[in-house]
Each structure stands twice: as structure tokens, then as C-alpha cells.
Design a binder for this molecule. Structure first.
Ligand code: ADP
Ligand code: MG
Ligand code: MG
Length: 484
């Protein structure tokens, strides 16, 4: 049962601009709900794009998404354990169609295996993303991210912001009472994602008392504050220090003991227990040959990788497509009711290869493109081809390359029309669509899963006129929920 759709507060534009928006800016700047602006002025941060109000979300759908998270964590851990070499086989053939990235990562993995992988433990820090299917109020999975999942830090902050605006009476004008009687939930992701790194560090067999966590980040990252929130939580709650370095800096800022494969941070000499990747998910993160070499160095080091190469590769969109096939899912999940639960979050995803199913999907893509989004094996937003653009795109590339794509049915959530998007220098009321992300983490080796945990949630909203949704990519904003 879903409750009544919550009412939004009603303010005039001048009230919003004179009262609420300044509140948001002060709160955001004070509490780190910030991001560097697109045209980087690295002296000043800017308020991260947010919504003015939390967006209504059905409680049962929210709970459904949370309830499948540990099933997904376990599923992807099993895949990354490479049971019967299934993942290796799939990635190896996918590598052929995407030599610039999937191929290069696969190649690194093969080299790492030859050199010897000294650390058997791996940490998966995941985020499963969903859109709400308005037909049956089920959440449907957009994608499963296994590398560099972001916004766990800012999600907590935007929830705190909305809760403050509500509980302090800002949303009810003069009355001073909360506008929403129900509590505004705040995602625990900032704490729980830090805990995932701490848990991994605690399982690490250190040569010394103290170890540090290395955050591997992109040069010029705009979303640094989201990452910093995790670093500060890691130190405050778990007493674990962290350092930040780019892939390019690995060979100058770290050294590996050739006898033990243990890796140390040069400036302090401290051992790195966990390498947490917030970079390395896109080919542009590797500029020089040395950068690929550095990724390999990290992979073969004794530090626990979050994620290791196989776990990252398990997040390929091709793997997501294959898992919608019941006979494949069955190989990883024997429990039929667990399979049903996962299956209720799937939409149809077709291969685009030259199998029988792929050949009919190729026809479908050309004939009814309006129903689909075409996805390459890429992360980070801005890579997909939508609807009417699909046929011309397909015709523009060699037909043998089509196999590197998947064709996914579009999920059609209902836009929310009454919320506002607040950006650093403007705010506007526009219809928005919201994407719910659920975080989770799993610590495992080739045969055992040691930890499998839910780790908070994230709501991102974007203008319904844009197909894409990334916040850092400039398409969306961070949001929170009012459940009904
Ligand atoms: P990325 O790894 O680049 O984030 P996604 O698969 O998440 O790729 O796609 C990017 C965006 O495209 C999503 O955030 C969502 O807004 C939109 N999108 C992706 N798949 C679908 C779908 N099946 N239905 C509707 N929108 C989608
Ligand atoms: Mg992704
Ligand atoms: Mg995405």
C-alpha cells in the first residue's frame, strides 16, 4: 500500500530566492555539500547542485531496492570470484569489441595473473541504480556499478540539509513547525562507505601496527568533497589515515617491496592496506603507458583493492545483460526465491552480438529505437545513445563492433513537477526524474564471502528533458526522499 502523495511546500519565487536558497547555500558551504564548478576555479568551491525539497518516493519501492542489495553484492562477488572462469570467458570475448578499454583492463588482469596476484582478498564497493516503474511501483535496475561509486558522502549531506530545512520550520514559512510530519530520512552512506574501507583494513594482515588507505583519484576531480567526507569519516570513526594520489603518481609516490609485494607510501613510509579507486573507470584516466603499468603495480601489490580488476570488469554492462538470462543467473544463485527477487528489478536487455537473440535485437534497434537505450562498455555518464539517435549511430560504426553494445529497454518513471533544482548561481522549477542508488559492500576471496553489507542510499534527480543523469557530468543534482 502506498500512502497519499505528499504535498510540496508552496512558496513564491521571491520567497524561495530570498529565504530558502540562501539557507541552502549557507548550509551547503558550511557542511561540505559542495563541488568544484565546471569551469574550475580551484580557489572557490560551489554549492553542489541540489533540489530545494526532498522528492516523494514510495516507501515500498524504496524498501524493495534496499532489500535486494545484499543479494546483488553476493551475486557480483561470486561472479568476480570467477567461478568456472565464466567472467574471464565473457570478458575475454568482450575485449575484442572494446580493445581500447575493456581489452586493456583484461590484458592487465592476464599480466597480473602471470606475475602472481599476492592478495586474495578483494573489496567490492557497489552502487545499484534504479528508476521507478510507475506501472507496478517496482524499482527497475538501470545499472550496477562496481568501481568508483560516488555521492555516498554528498547523499548524507543533502539528506541532512533537507532534514534541517524541514525540522527547523524553514519549509513552513512563518509557523516554525516542520512541514513534513514524517521524518526526512538521512542516508548513512558517508559513514558506511568509510566503514567498508575500515572493515577491509581490519582484515588486512599488516606487517606493522598502522596502515593507510590510498584513495586513487582523478587529476582535477570536481567531486573531491564527496571523497573527502569519506576520508574524514575514516579517520574520525576508525582512526585510519588516508592519502590521495592519481594513477599517474603511483610509480613516484609509492614503492613495492619485491620480496613481499607489500606497497608503501613513499613520503611517510607507511604501508597501504587498501587501495580505493575513485579513478581508473574510464580510458581518459590513463594518459601514458606508465599509467597502465601503475594500475598493474597496484593490482599485483599486497594491498586490498577496492575493486580489483575482475570486480571492476564484472560491472560491465554486458555482464548485466547476461544476468537477465535466467539460465545464467541460475549458475550463481541457486535459491529460486532470491532469483525472483532480483528478477523483479530487471528490465529486458538484449545482446547486440551475432547470436540469434543479438541478430533480432539489431533489427529491433533499427525498427523501434524509441523504446531503447544503446549502451557501450563505459562508465561515468555521457556515453549512451538514446532512442531516435540509435539507428544513425549504429550505421556510423562497423557492424562487427555492434557486439560491444547492449540494447536496454527504457524505464519510464513519472516526472515530479513541483520540485526546484538549485544550482550555484540559479534555481528553477522543472519536471525532474529521480534515480535511486543503493550502496553496498562485500569483502571476499576466491572461495569465501567474509562481509556482505548494505551501505546507504542516494537519490539523484535530473531534468526530465535530459536522457542522461550524472551529477558530476553536469546533468543532474543530488536529492533526498520523503517516503510515502
Ligand atoms: P553510466 O555508467 O555512464 O552512469 P548508465 O547506465 O547509468 O551509465 O546510464 C546513464 C543514464 O542514462 C542513467 O543515469 C539514466 O538517467 C539513463 N538511463 C540508462 N539506462 C536507462 C533505462 N533503461 N531507462 C531510462 N533511462 C536510462
Ligand atoms: Mg555506471
Ligand atoms: Mg549510471
Amino acid at each position: 500500500m502506498v500512502g497519499e502523495y505528499p504535498k510540496f511546500p508552496q512558496f513564491s519565487r521571491s520567497e524561495i530566492s530570498e529565504q530558502l536558497v540562501p539557507e541552502i547555500r549557507h548550509w551547503a558551504l558550511t557542511n561540505g555539500l559542495v563541488m568544484y564548478p565546471p569551469n574550475p576555479n580551484f580557489v572557490q568551491g560551489a554549492v553542489a547542485p541540489t533540489t530545494l525539497y526532498p522528492t516523494p518516493f514510495p516507501r515500498q519501492s524504496f524498501d524493495q531496492a534496499i532489500s535486494v542489495q545484499t543479494l546483488y553484492n553476493g551475486l557480483y562477488a561470486k561472479i568476480a570470484q570467477d567461478q568456472d572462469g565464466w567472467l574471464s570467458k565473457e570478458i575475454e570475448s568482450l575485449a575484442e569489441f572494446d580493445p581500447e578499454f575493456t581489452g586493456r583492463l583484461w590484458n592487465l588482469y592476464v599480466q597480473a595473473k602471470e606475475k602472481g596476484i599476492s592478495q586474495k582478498l578483494a573489496l567490492g564497493v557497489f552502487r545499484s541504480d534504479y528508476l521507478l516503474d510507475v506501472g507496478n511501483l517496482e524499482v527497475k535496475q538501470v545499472e550496477f556499478n562496481t568501481v568508483s561509486v560516488s555521492f555516498g558522502g554528498l547523499s548524507t549531506r543533502v539528506g541532512q540539509l533537507h532534514k534541517f530545512l524541514n525540522d527547523s520550520g524553514r519549509y513552513s514559512g512563518g509557523s516554525g513547525r516542520p512541514f513534513y510530519r514524517e521524518e526526512i530520512p538521512v542516508s548513512d552512506s558517508a559513514f558506511l562507505l568509510a566503514k567498508s574501507l575500515a572493515d577491509a583494513a581490519h582484515h588486512f594482515q599488516a606487517s606493522n601496527d598502522t596502515t593507510i588507505v590510498a584513495f586513487v583519484v582523478q587529476k582535477g576531480e570536481r567531486n573531491v568533497f564527496d571523497q573527502r567526507i569519506l576520508e574524514y569519516n575514516l579517520f574520525e570513526h576508525f582512526g585510519i589515515k588516508s592519502v590521495r594520489l592519481t594513477i599517474h603518481e603511483v610509480n613516484t609516490k609509492t614503492f613495492v617491496d619485491p620480496d613481499t609485494s607489500r606497497i608503501y607510501y613513499k613520503p611517510s613510509g607507511e604501508e597501504i592496506s587498501v587501495v580505493y579507486f575513485r579513478a581508473g573507470y574510464s580510458p581518459s584516466d590513463f594518459v601514458e603507458e606508465q599509467d597502465w603499468q601503475n594500475r598493474l603495480t597496484l593490482e599485483t601489490s599486497y594491498a586490498i583493492k577496492a575493486p580489483n580488476l575482475l570486480t571492476q570488469l564484472a560491472g560491465a554492462k554486458k555482464i548485466q545483460q547476461l544476468l537477465t538470462d535466467e539460465s545464467i543467473l541460475q549458475c550463481f544463485i541457486s535459491d529460486a526465491s532470491a532469483r525472483r527477487k532480483l528478477g523483479s528489478s530487471f528490465v529486458k536487455i538484449h545482446p547486440m552480438d551475432n547470436s540469434e537473440a543479438g541478430l533480432s535485437a539489431r533489427k529491433l534497434a533499427l525498427k523501434s529505437p524509441e523504446r531503447f537505450v544503446l549502451k557501450p562498455q563505459r562508465e561515468g555518464g555521457g556515453n549512451n545513445i538514446y532512442k531516435g539517435d540509435i539507428p544513425a549511430f549504429l550505421r556510423s560504426i562497423p557492424e562487427q563492433d555492434w557486439s560491444g553494445y547492449i540494447l536496454m529497454e527504457l524505464i519510464k518513471p513519472k516526472p515530479t513537477t513541483e520540485n526546484f533544482v538549485v544550482k550555484a548561481d540559479q534555481f528553477a522549477q522543472e519536471p525532474i526524474l529521480s534515480e535511486l542508488g543503493i550502496f553496498g559492500y562485500v569483502l571476499f576471496d576466491e572461495s569465501t564471502i567474509y562481509l556482505n553489507e548494505y551501505a546507504g542510499w542516494l537519490l539523484r534527480s535530473k531534468s526530465s528533458s535530459s536522457d542522461e543523469g550524472g551529477v558530476a557530468a553536469g546533468f543532474g543534482c543530488v536529492d533526498s526522499v520523503v517516503l510515502y
